[in-house]
Ligand binder design. Structure first.
Ligand code: CO
Length: 134
């Protein structure tokens, strides 16, 4: 069911420092910060030849990334995003197999303007998984 790895998201306490690390130390192509108020994050996109990274920093009150950084002060891998062809068919199969979909179970528009859903990390060996209809 899952296809390409669309991105790996990394929560960071200092997005300027993290951008500089990926740009200057690792030599990657790094975007300017983009505020996504609907998701409670500021994001920097790191383009790699075969996928991308998203550096996430909390934006506003109640950001889901803020809670993560309280538990992981140095930052860390927040989620992985896999592409699917049909997000509703994927959701229905996952739910039928006992996986928990976060939120109200309906797809939301993600950081790339595509429908996304998040799956409970306890059902996926400790990893928060995002699926995106590519
Ligand atoms: Co994501």
């Amino acid at each position: 069911m899952i296809g390409k790895l669309n991105h790996v998201a990394i929560a960071v306490p200092d997005i300027e420092a993290a951008s500089a690390t990926y740009r200057d130390t690792l030599g990657a192509t790094v975007s300017e910060p983009v505020d996504l108020p609907a998701h409670g994050v500021t994001t920097v996109f790191v383009d790699l030849p075969n996928t991308r990274l998203e550096l996430l920093h909390p934006l506003g009150d109640g950001s889901p990334v803020a809670a993560f950084l309280e538990r992981h002060a140095a930052g860390g891998i927040h989620h992985m995003c896999f592409e699917v062809d049909d997000i509703l068919a994927a959701r229905d199969k996952l739910v039928a197999d006992g996986a928990r979909v976060l939120g109200d179970g309906e797809p939301r528009t993600g950081a790339h303007g595509k429908p996304v859903l998040f799956l409970h990390p306890k059902d996926f060996h400790g990893c928060l998984i995002e699926i995106e209809q590519a």
